[in-house]
Design a protein around this ligand. Structure first.
Ligand code: NDP
Length: 609
């Protein structure tokens, strides 16, 4: 093991017996095995003969309504947490006419669609579930399950009267700017052409499920569906599990990402036989979920949620805090790093390179623990070995679960490790790997969501701004915004989500900051009797160049990573990649930039006419 400066064991690393150089070589070989020429093109869009995969299982068929041609002050596109937060903050800012347009049959977004067995929030519910103090609600468990999350979305909508004018089961199909009237005209799948003074778009980060472009996928004669539209008619049970119709079924699940990690224990408990097809193992650390302690609730002081959110956000982005309020697997890695830096520093100022090296060592240490956990829990040593992740912790979404690994000790569960290559193809009867056919009755695709296809493709509608310019043209080579919210030539339109913004693992924290900012700007424009607000070209160019400059550091990290949607399937650069949407200085810095900008009160970079 080499130290950063001396070539000896780094002090403060405890009794570690790993060799960082060997691990680095192993990480690289595991990555190289998986990098494919076709990158994101290995996936296929869900359409044509697979279009039914996207049907909404939670609504009665046959819904109709008259098209709308009226005008409202604000249209919000998307009824997930982002849209709900925007609605809440705009209401607080005094906006009366708000219409939410939502594809699903109710509010909820992610939690409307993702009701697979075991679905739960992997960030602590006390910081993930927004507006807890406003709703006077404390979640039942440290990590909330999907039904409670969906109910909370609905409660927010009720509290802020967002049901009143909501349009459900409605897809936005286009938006055009009417220069003369200074209004947006929004077209939808229901024939609407409604007008709005402002539009806030919160289309979701992962709105479109995807399938692997596997040969033969259309030939399979058994049952098949994607996790984001779970077919409980086929499996029985519900989001809590009890999949009582699977007792005599051979079930395949393809994919072992964050979704599969939560669903597999329920499938393993219920299926006649479960085959889990793995390309890359997830990192699965301790969950330790528990009911909320009523004594802890009694002691909560006003402002507790914001404090807790900030505390977590600062810690998981490498900052210092006296106390770790959440104290879970997410913050653990940074406690490790902090401890190591303190010991190493001991009055000496470390260089950026030294800090980076120590951070890397802390990462190895954490991942060694995660790998050791697989070995301790899984009885078959070959299976345990196959379940060990060899990459840095944040190369993929880290997972936390206490029943996932033990599921592989069940006699009715087989891990089919594809050694990084993925499934070969699908046949009429099942799944082929390495020349062997696994016959199954059902295939469940836990293969994730489209990323990297470009904003307009993911949103599902184009926007025609001033001078007939389309957003798809303007952003053909990548995003161009000011602070992530607005783009020149498209007045009164606000983007929420990951369009050049400060992304954090706790998405709802990011959405809360964005919603506050949008409400602040809208409220100012209204008070100033402004007709339109949009960024100057200079402000936008400045933000784009800041984004590009900072992306280089993040790209270097992700270039070392095993492929996945975080790094554009091994090609981290590019204007449409997941990384292109994230401010490289991190969310803490980004939120401070916004705060300072608001406090200055000059609305610098914006043209308010
Ligand atoms: P992911 O994109 O994370 O995972 C897709 C899985 O499919 C990967 O394991 C991938 O392997 C595998 N795969 C793709 N193609 C093939 C193939 N040809 N053969 C075999 N395997 C294949 O999707 P998820 O739905 O799991 O998660 C998406 C995101 O949703 C997460 O990253 C997280 O942000 C969020 N999420 C959050 C939760 C929460 O609690 N808040 C819970 C669940 C999800 P490989 O890794 O090799 O590409």
């Amino acid at each position: 093991m080499t130290d950063i400066s001396t070539g000896t064991s780094p002090k403060g690393m405890g009794d570690n017996s790993f060799d960082p150089d060997k691990l680095l070589a192993k990480y690289r070989s595991e990555r190289d095995k998986r990098v494919r020429k076709d990158g994101i093109k290995q996936y296929r869009e869900i359409k044509g003969e697979f279009a039914h995969f996207l049907e909404d299982p939670y609504v009665e068929p046959g819904f109709t309504r008259e098209p709308l041609f009226d005008e409202v002050e604000v249209v919000i596109i998307g009824g997930g947490f982002g849209g709900l937060m925007a609605g809440a903050r705009l209401r607080e800012a005094g906006v009366k006419q708000i219409r939410v347009i939502e594809r699903g049959g109710d509010f909820g977004g992610t939690w409307y669609w993702n009701r697979y067995p075991g679905a739960a929030c992997d960030i602590e519910s006390y910081i993930y579930m927004p507006l807890l103090e406003e709703l006077n609600y404390v979640p039942k468990e440290k990590y909330a399950h999907a039904p409670e999350l969906l109910a909370h979305c609905q409660a927010i909508a009720r509290k802020f009267e967002l049901y009143d004018d909501a349009c459900f089961q409605t897809d936005v199909t286009g938006m055009e700017w009417d220069e003369a009237a200074s209004r947006w005209i929004i077209s939808t799948s229901r024939g609407d052409r409604m007008k709005a003074r402002f539009v806030a778009m919160s289309n979701g980060i992962l709105p479109k499920p995807k399938l692997p472009g596997l040969e033969g996928i259309e030939t399979f004669k058994g049952h098949k569906f994607h996790t984001s539209r779970w077919d409980y008619n086929y499996t029985g049970g519900d989001s809590n599990g009890n999949l009582n119709k699977l007792g005599d079924k051979r079930v395949a699940i393809i994919g072992t990402g964050a979704t599969a990690v939560q669903a597999v224990p329920h499938l393993g408990a219920a299926a006649g036989h479960l085959y889990v097809f793995q390309r890359t193992p997830s990192s699965v650390d301790v969950r330790n979920n528990r009911p909320t302690d009523p004594d802890w609730v009694k002691d909560l002081k006003p402002g507790w949620q914001k404090n807790r959110m900030d505390n977590f956000n600062i810690l998981i982005n490498g900052g210092d805090q006296e106390e770790d309020l959440v104290g879970d697997g997410w913050t653990d890695i940074f406690r490790n790093i902090g401890g190591m830096l303190a010991i190493k520093e001991n009055g000496v100022v470390l260089t950026v390179a030294e800090k980076a090296r120590l951070t890397e060592l802390a990462d190895y240490k954490k991942m060694e623990q995660v790998r050791a956990r697989a070995e301790e829990i899984v009885k078959d040593p070959n299976v345990a070995e196959a379940l060990k992740p060899y990459y840095r912790q944040f190369c993929k979404r880290p997972c936390f679960h206490d029943e996932y690994l033990p599921t592989y000790n069940r006699p009715n569960v087989t891990l089919v490790d594809t050694m990084g290559h993925g499934v070969d193809r699908i046949t009429e009867k099942g799944v082929m790997v390495n020349g062997k056919e696994y016959e199954v009755d059902c295939i469940i695709f836990a293969t994730g969501f489209e990323v990297g296809a470009g904003y307009v493709s993911m949103a599902g509608y184009d926007i025609v701004g001033r001078d007939n310019k389309k957003l798809s043209q303007k952003w053909a080579d990548g995003l161009a915004t000011f602070h992530g919210f607005y783009t020149h030539g498209f007045p009164n339109a606000f983007f929420m989500g990951i369009t050049q913004t400060g992304l954090t693992a706790n998405f709802t924290h990011m959405l809360n900051e964005q919603a506050n900012h949008v409400a602040h700007v809208v409220s100012h424009v209204k008070k100033a009797n402004g007709k339109t607000v949009e960024p100057t070209q200079e402000a936008e160019d400045g933000w784009v160049s800041t984004m590009n400059r900072m992306a280089a550091q993040t790209e270097a990290y992700y270039a070392e990573c095993t492929p996945g949607y975080y790094n554009n399937e091994g090609k981290p650069g590019g204007g449409n990649s997941f990384l292109a949407g994230q401010y490289g200085g991190g969310p803490v810095e980004f939120f401070n930039i916004l705060k300072q900008w608001r406090e200055e009160g000059k609305f610098e970079g914006l043209n308010i006419s």
